[in-house]
Every structure is written in C-alpha cells, then in structure tokens.
Design a protein around this ligand. Structure first.
Ligand code: BG6
Length: 478
C-alpha cells in the first residue's frame, strides 16, 4: 500500500548510514510501489555537491550496497529524479534558505538526523528559524541516544524544546526486524503460549546476539561505548521487553511502549558476579580488539554476558541470561525460552528430564522451533526423544512472502505513516540508561578488566560458568 507523498530531508545525507541503508532501502520501497513518485528526498550535508553530483553518489551507493534491486536499472533514473541536495551549515546560516524553498509545506515532512547528537539542537533550531518545519513535521534520530542517563535527558530536553514527543521517532533498528515483530505476533496471536508465559512454567530465558564482525574501522566510536552501551542498553533491552512485557491492550504506539517501559523499570540491579565482560584476542591472521580499537590499554568490552531479573509477579525467580559479542563463532541472534521439566513422569525415572524449548531465531534463517517430546519410533518400548517442531519462515510461507524487508526501510515507511509503535519513546530510553548506568559506573570504579576470548569462540569461559553454576547451559551458537 503506497504511503502519502512525502518530503524527507536526510541530514548527514552523504554519510555511511545514508549510503548503506537509508537510500538503498528507499529505492526498494520505490520499486515496491510504496513510495509515491512525486516524493522528494533531500540530502543535506557539508559537502559542496549539487543534485546531479548527489544522484551520482547515490547511484554508486545503491550499486555497492543494494541487494537484488540493483538489477532494476530501468527504474533507477526515476528514483534518482526524486533526489535533491542542499549543502548545509548546521551551525551557521548557509543553505537554509535553499532548504526552505525545496521542502514543501503541503506534504508529509520528515527530517532524518543522521548526524552526531551534538548537532541535534542546532538543526532543530534552524528548522524553525527558517520556517521549514511545522507542527506536523516528524524527526528521526538514531542511536547512540546519549551515553548515560544525564546525556540522554539533555538530548530529550533539546528535542522537546522544538518538537512534541509524537513528532520524534527514535530508531532502534532491531524493532524493524521482521522476526522481532513476529515475536509479538507469536505471543499475542496464539492461545498456546501466553498461559504458560510466566514463572510457573518457564525455567529461564536466553537472549543471544552473536556477531562475527570486529570493531575495525569504527574503533574510535566503539572504544568509548563497549557492548553494554552499543548493544545491551538498546537492542537486547528491546528484545527483553518484547519477550517479557504484559499484553498491551492494542498494537498501538503508546499501549506497546507503556508495557515495555514497565519491564525496564522492573529490572533489578545486576550483581557484579552475574556479569562477564570479554574482549577478543588476536587469532590466526586476525587482530586483537586492542589493535582494532587502536588503544593498547583499552578496558572496553566487546562481549558481555549477564544474568538479570525482572521484579514482578510474572517473572519473579526466572533468570534472563543475555549475551552479545563481536568476533564470535557465528552470526546468530536467538531468543530461547526454556520451559520447566514436567512435574512427574509416568514413563521411567529419567524421563522427566525432557523439556519444551521454544527458540526464536532472529537472524539469519529466521524462524522458530519448539522442542517437543515424543516416543522414539520403533519397537524398543516406550522411550522418549526430543524433536523440533520446526517453523522456518521461508519454508513455511514461501520465499517470496518473506523476502526480508530491511529494518530501515520498514521503519522509514512507518515514519511517513505516522506510526510510532516500533520507535522508542523518550522515557524508555532514559529508563534503560538508568538501569545500565550503575553497572557501567561499577566497572569504572573497580577498573574492571575484561577477560580475553579467542576470536571465533563463544566468548570467555566465565560466560559458560555463569550458567553452569545455575545448573544450566547456553544454547550453542551456530
Ligand atoms: C548496531 C551496533 O546498532 O547494531 C553495531 O552499533 C552492531 O555494533 C549492529 O554490529 C548489529 O546490527 P545487525 O542488524 O547487523 O544485527
């Protein structure tokens, strides 16, 4: 279904995100017939380009970073014709009058701040000073949204000086992933799971986001962040919220976000003994974290594993184990819900050791499987085995239906539609920092040194021990 005609200004329009994700994504929406051809995309950045130069740059970017749509050469010119460019001085007056002439008042307006957060205030102020933005304009901001509670509050306050909360779209691209949304469909669209979704039936939950990439090339940013700020405070926290929240009364922005916020606020402080920080070592032909970050004395973590608790009736006593890291064995994001053992086995003594395990694979190979216990086929008597009820989405639904829409393109279309459900509200972001701040401050106060782990592994040994101590084990990363 096409969205309304829009004008989208991308500040930072020549940057990495714009070239890798935003513009190739918009081109795909264009090809899908969702982006009206009279829409305008205005790149704005410092570089002294004109529209023709910008179109050339984006054509190259789509050729380099686009997917299958690269072949659609016939349509690329029509798409590029929607692009404009304005050289802009974020802190001065240059370019703003030109911008005012280009951005129409009678269509949906969105301003994407794909720039350093220190510029948010300058941009917001000028959008008003030059009468470009109005009461209906939407603005889109990216992570990192602050690096602690104080800076996040300051950013929220800066934005609130110029825009209402219902105009602000804070992106966490994990919320745009197909399977992440499917999590909600699975939980709230089936009668099967919700009655069991609590501490009476669930033993524990694991959330793993393992990556094979290193931090090379972005060491300067990463070394000041680490896995906690870069991944846990946002992406893993959002996954945790969707798994743990109460059913919202409807699938609408505030209902969903209210419930997520309650989860974050109910998270208990984490015992330092329940956290393992790691840093990848050099491997055969690969450099170490410290080399990649160009900081020989860095104590920043590229891996983290932790055990958390949510203090409410539903989850009291159920550990949530979170784990994420770079340079790991495989790229694999998975949520695993491990149900309790049955109370009494009618078969044989050992047969109560079987469990139902629901695993939700976010990427790659999106899908779910539910481990169920059945009789081993054959005449060998009543012997039980665990088998997966597999639902790989691509197989179940047919490839064409699940051609995975990139998170960014879906989220940008939601901005144009005015749907904030998959965006973070200001209070959520602040609550998430309020939970992570004391943990990070604890490390800093203790000069905590991360444990080294081998590239291509599952992280430091201690991370395995975190579960072993509780008589549990991590799902294998594969
Ligand atoms: C980003 C982080 O937000 O998410 C990166 O800054 C990380 O460090 C990336 O690699 C992971 O995203 P995806 O979509 O590849 O899982």
């Amino acid at each position: 279904i096409p969205v309304e005609t829009f004008d989208l200004v991308i500040f930072g329009g020549t940057g990495d995100l714009a070239r890798r994700k935003i513009l190739p994504g918009l081109f795909r929406r264009f090809l899908a017939g969702q982006m009206p051809h009279d829409s305008r995309i205005v790149g704005a950045a410092r570089s002294d380009l004109d529209a023709a130069g910008y179109r050339e740059m984006i054509k190259d970017a789509i050729a380099e970073f686009g997917g299958s749509e690269k072949k659609e050469t016939g349509q690329i010119d029509a798409f590029l014709a929607c692009l404009q460019y304005v050289p802009i001085d974020a802190k001065g007056d240059g370019g703003w009058d030109d911008m005012a002439k280009l951005v129409r008042k009678d269509v949906v307006q969105a301003f994407y701040f794909s720039v350093a957060p220190s510029l948010f205030g300058d941009l917001a102020e000028r959008l008003h000073k030059y009468k470009i933005a109005n009461k209906k304009s939407r603005i889109v901001v990216e992570k990192p949204f602050g690096r602690d509670l104080e800076s996040a509050e300051a950013l929220n306050a800066t934005l609130a000086d110029h825009f209402r909360e219902d105009q602000i779209y804070r992106i966490d691209h994990y919320l745009g992933k197909e399977t992440v949304q499917n999590l909600m469909a699975v939980r709230f669209g089936n009668i099967l799971f919700e009655p069991l979704w609590n501490n009476h039936y669930i033993d524990h939950i694991q959330i793993t986001v393992a990556e094979t990439v290193s931090v090379a090339g972005r060491g300067a940013y990463y070394d000041r962040s680490g896995a906690m700020r870069d991944m846990v405070q946002n992406h893993l926290m959002q996954l945790l919220c969707l798994i743990a929240m109460e059913p919202p009364s409807q699938f609408g922005a505030d209902s969903v976000r209210d419930e997520k916020l309650k989860v974050i606020r109910a998270l208990q402080g984490v015992d330092p003994h329940h956290i393992v920080r790691g840093q990848y070592d050099a491997g055969k032909g690969t450099t170490s974290y410290r080399q990649d970050a160009e900081n020989e004395r860095s104590f920043t973590e590229s891996f983290i594993a932790m055990k958390c608790h949510i203090a409410n009736w539903r989850w009291a006593g159920v550990p949530f184990y979170l784990r994420t890291g770079k340079m790991m064995k495989a790229r694999s994001s998975e949520i695993t819900v491990v149900f309790k053992e049955i109370g009494h086995s009618i078969f044989s003594e050992n047969d109560n050791a079987h469990r139902n395990i629901l695993s939700i694979r976010l990427q790659p190979n999106e899908g779910m499987d539910l481990q169920v216990t059945i009789k081993e086929p054959g005449p060998g008597g009543m012997r039980l085995v665990d088998v997966p009820l597999d639902m790989t989405f691509a197989e179940a639904l047919g490839d064409s239906d699940v051609e995975v829409t990139d998170a960014y393109e879906r989220l940008i279309m939601d901005v144009i539609r005015g749907d904030q459900t998959l965006f973070m509200r200001g209070d959520e972001v602040e609550a998430a920092w309020a939970w992570t701040d004391p943990i990070i401050e604890g490390w800093e106060a203790r000069n905590d040194v991360p444990k080294l782990y081998d590239p291509g592994s599952s992280g430091p040994e201690d991370a395995l021990m975190l579960l072993h101590r509780d008589g549990r084990k991590w799902r294998e990363i594969k």
